[in-house]
Design a protein around this ligand. Sequence first.
Ligand code: FAD
Length: 412
Amino acid sequence: MKENYDIIIVGARCAGATLAIELGKAKYEVLLLDQSHFPSDTNSTHAFFNNTVYMLRELGVMPLLEETTAPPIRRVLFQFNDIKIEGDLPIVHNEENSYCIPRTYFDKVMHDCATSFDSVTSLEGFRVTRLLRNQRRVIGVEGITQTGESRRFTAKMVIGADGRRSTVRSLLGLLPKRKVSTDYSFFYSYLTGLEQSDPPKFEIHQINGSTLVIFPTSDQKYVTFIACPSASTNWLKAFRENPSQAYIQYLKTKFEVIEFEKRLKNARMVDKVKGLFSFDNYWFPLMGKGWALVGDSAIFKDPGVAQGMHDAIFGARTLAAVLKEYDWENEENKMIMAYEERVQEKILGLFELALNMTKYKPSTPEQRKVQQLISQYPQARDKFFGVYNYANGLDELNKEIVGILASTKENE
Ligand SMILES: Cc1cc2nc3c(=O)[nH]c(=O)nc-3n(C[C@H](O)[C@H](O)[C@H](O)COP(=O)(O)OP(=O)(O)OC[C@H]3O[C@@H](n4cnc5c(N)ncnc54)[C@H](O)[C@@H]3O)c2cc1C
């Protein structure tokens, strides 16, 4: 195995595998490293919308992903206490369907695709522990193989695609540009036998400060995901002591007003409870001398918006585009700016929305009024859904609401 490459990518899931696929297509010499062995699972509820399907089709992995038994989803139901907003997600790039495909399978398909390129070398079970530098420039990595052997590799660029607890980011000693801690803890598990009315749908219920999310996935299972305010210390204690019992109890008691217990009558929990007791939303610098970050290592936001996989894949494709476009030696500053600007242009709006969602606030009468309007007016509903799959921005939703308010005033 050779020791010098064009690019070393640390982390080989959504962000890292996508980048390797894009660079492999362009015949760059890539070393793709991951401490895991694929297939392997990761902490994620793994739903992605049709905007992600479009990119996965372009990457060439969608036919294999469509082979799972995960149902194609068009319908979404948002419920804010007694207000229901239900409809189909806006079609984007001719893609209608969204999916929730287990990460064990999803990440393996992505990794296999990345390593199918002759110029991509993969090393699994390799943990990066140190960055090699020449003065301030990053020139490689050092790490440990599964058998405990220390190895070094060099490259013109080292990319941290190594997730929320990124080693590359911490070795770079970067400070976040934005950092907001959440007011919620998240827990999820898998249920079979959960009742859901036709058609299959993604459901998001926000009831008296707690959130329940339901994603139909493969093998007739449902990912059920709850956001519990971290101030509910008794609940968090219960989750620490007996996660499965606390989880079922939470589902039954906190979502009583939507009679969720009835839907659980024939349900069985078929996996352990996973999740996060706490996390920060953050945005780090994306690129510097000989390094770049992509995916969760760079930007992480409340999983409630379910665009983490999209943003990791989008970020990796954007990074691949700028790496191909610019002369790394003579246009480094331009390249850094282009990467930052393109990612910001796409992702910042939803990031701001996630920062808003991640803070616990009782809903106001004004919010209720807006939610009611969205539920009554299909054009507002489409723009509301469109914020979640990047079909439109928040500004377009706001414009629609202002227009409806103005026309209802005129008719009074
Ligand atoms: C509870 C939860 C629920 C979520 N639900 C959703 C959802 O429904 N939909 C959605 O779109 N997003 C969701 N997300 C977010 C989504 O999972 C992430 O945004 C996405 O996985 C980011 O991909 P990534 O490639 O950047 O990082 P990761 O998927 O975290 O991959 C990082 C890889 O880097 C490797 N690595 C780490 N350190 C090293 C090292 N030192 N050396 C070598 N390898 C290393 C790891 O082994 C791992 O394979 C959720 C997140 C959480 C926490």
